[in-house]
Design a protein around this ligand. Structure first.
Ligand code: HEM
Ligand code: HEM
Length: 184
């Protein structure tokens, strides 16, 4: 394979690592939002700890993802995508990354300030990263709810865009995240 071809090949789709991190995160976030609402409203002891474990796992995966992304830029979008949609995609992706970081940190700080433990799948507990402050914890959890809703709203747009590309425009955008390289 020539150098130019190798670069083209590489840029055609997301790397296996990026795809694995994307789909694992997607499954965890889609689990996390409805279960968050359940645990906030009903007595569901074990699910409470699981929400914290899954949430901190999302934080770790997002940090790893951003590090991977920094070393492996996203493949450029196909030429036929209008400029406004390119900007929308970039804003959506960075908005989601930022909200995942903010949401998980608010959950962790809010739990520490409550104060309550932040376990990780029964293996160990994360340190208490904030001092006891119940009023702050209450405010952070009000925010945690609204950011959860905001993430859900953005995901409707994100998933809708992916399905629109695949089924309506019938282009390669979803394939780039499903299978990686795509014949063009
Ligand atoms: C539910 C949680 C999800 C989150 C947090 C999420 C987040 C993201 C982020 C941050 C990116 C940007 C990747 C990058 O360039 O660095 C991305 C790309 C992408 N996502 Fe998701 N996603 C989720 C679910 C989904 C689902 C369910 C689908 C499909 C139905 C999907 C389809 C895609 C596609 C096709 C791309 C690549 C777009 C492109 O080629 O530029 N995502 N996602
Ligand atoms: C992306 C990751 C996360 C999402 C999408 C998410 C989402 C949510 C949502 C939607 C709720 C329901 C809020 C309500 O109805 O008032 C909730 C509750 C909760 N979350 Fe998260 N969360 C995440 C990460 C975390 C993390 C990392 C922690 C702690 C380490 C955490 C701790 C909690 C706690 C303790 C509650 C219950 C609050 C209460 O009882 O009022 N969350 N979460």
């Amino acid at each position: 394979m020539t150098m130019a071809k190798a670069i083209e090949h590489q840029r055609n789709g997301y790397t296996g690592t990026a795809r694995l991190l994307h789909w694992v995160t997607a499954a965890l976030v889609l689990y996390q939002i409805p279960v968050g609402i359940l645990i906030a409203n009903f007595e569901l002891g074990p699910l409470y700890d699981l929400h914290k474990s899954v949430g901190t796992l999302i934080l770790l995966l997002t940090i790893i993802r951003l590090a991977w992304r920094w070393a492996h830029p996203a493949p450029t979008l196909p030429d036929h995508i209008p400029v406004a949609q390119r900007h929308a995609a970039v804003a959506m992706h960075w908005g989601l990354y930022a909200l995942l970081l903010v949401q998980t940190l608010i959950g962790w700080i809010g739990t520490a300030a409550y104060p309550a433990p932040v376990p990780f799948f029964g293996l160990f507990e994360f340190p208490q990263i904030w001092w006891d402050d119940r009023p702050l914890s209450d405010r952070l959890f009000a925010l945690h709810f609204w950011i959860g809703i905001l993430i859900a709203v953005l995901l409707v747009g994100h998933i809708g865009a992916a399905l629109y590309h695949h089924f309506v425009r019938q282009d390669e955008v979803l394939q780039r995240m499903l299978r990686g390289e795509v014949a063009s």
